[in-house]
Design a protein around this ligand. Sequence first.
Ligand code: FNR
Length: 387
Amino acid sequence: MAHFGDFQNEIYGAGLSGTIPSFPVDFRTLEKRAEAALSPSILNYVQGGCGNEGTQNANVEAFNRWGMVPRMLVDCTSRDLSVDIFDLKLQSPVFMAPIGVNGEMTQDRCGDIAAAQASAAVNVPFCASTLSNTPMEDVSRATAETPAFFQLYTPRNEELAASLIHRAGNAGFKALVITLDTWVTGWRPRDLNTSNFPQLRGKVLENYFSDPVFRAMLARPPEEDLAAAVSAWGATFGKVLTWDDIGWFREITDMPIVLKGICHEDDARRAADMGVDGIYCSNHGGRQANGGIAAIDLLPGVVKGAGSVPVMFDSGVRSGSDVIKAIALGATMVGIGRPYAYGLAIGGAKGAAHVLRSILAEADLLMAVDGYPSLAAVREEGARRLD
Ligand code: FNR
């Protein structure tokens, strides 16, 4: 039986004939390579976060305060990392978090397609962002047989919101992930100091520019008057959602509904009571609020509040060990964000696929060495807090 961890044999085997990997397997080296590959404005946008970036740093550092206890004399020659969610059988709990500037991460500005191709190559579901350089229908096609999710930034214009949601369903996305924490952009010093906000420069707006409802809102199409199209986008971006709005989503789509940005146990409980299909614990990688508490430290409370509703998690995941710790703390699926974006920057679809394979291999090998043959065993043992 093949395992994700076999990737290391592949790497060592290739080394015997003098081939070393084209891309690094660890985050520190990966980030350094991405720093060299990206323009300063894009690098700042991806690497930077809110305020003094305390929360985004805490997201990463907090993983070091959770530990796994190895169990010995357990037969782990075979490991099962599969997950059942939204009527899908997935081969691992890992997914690609939505990143609105994927399109700008590759030289050809088709990074959304490259991300979708990486997803298809390694069979890791991609959550495509509303913000994209390529219309969602093409992105969905590029994910091929691998299930994909669509992340919605809900426009103020209800007709446009409905249009985006229906397009996502028709394009074959398997869940609607509604981001709750971004009706307004958080205070991001790196971007402010360089006065750089990609959307205002007409970037990553193709899902809007290709939308019939959005186009009907314009006097002239975006190809003829980009400034007016961007201004119309700015006017409709960022509906302020409240609990009363959730029923509307349920009425207009049969897709499983996931709420992204839930960090409080009571919010998780309320969302579960309302019948959502998934709860996504995330603090947007510390890009929105510099609130201070690492997302992984909030995960156990969210899992408790969610009850039987599956919890997706991201923010600060940098390695396979981090993935397993999040599973141990109750996540059903674990999202990779910046690491795969850096993979896109240094090697397009191949770079992102390499990053995902490395994370999966490390997760699998941690389970093998620590005596956990399944994710259920990881969850049963749990993670220990070190302080
Ligand atoms: C994001 N994230 C995000 N989330 C979302 O719902 N829609 C989006 O379009 C984006 N765009 C985006 C751009 C960039 C550059 C980053 C880094 C992040 C948040 C993303 O889905 C995820 O929550 C974070 O990336 C998790 O943090 P780490 O692990 O990447 O630090």
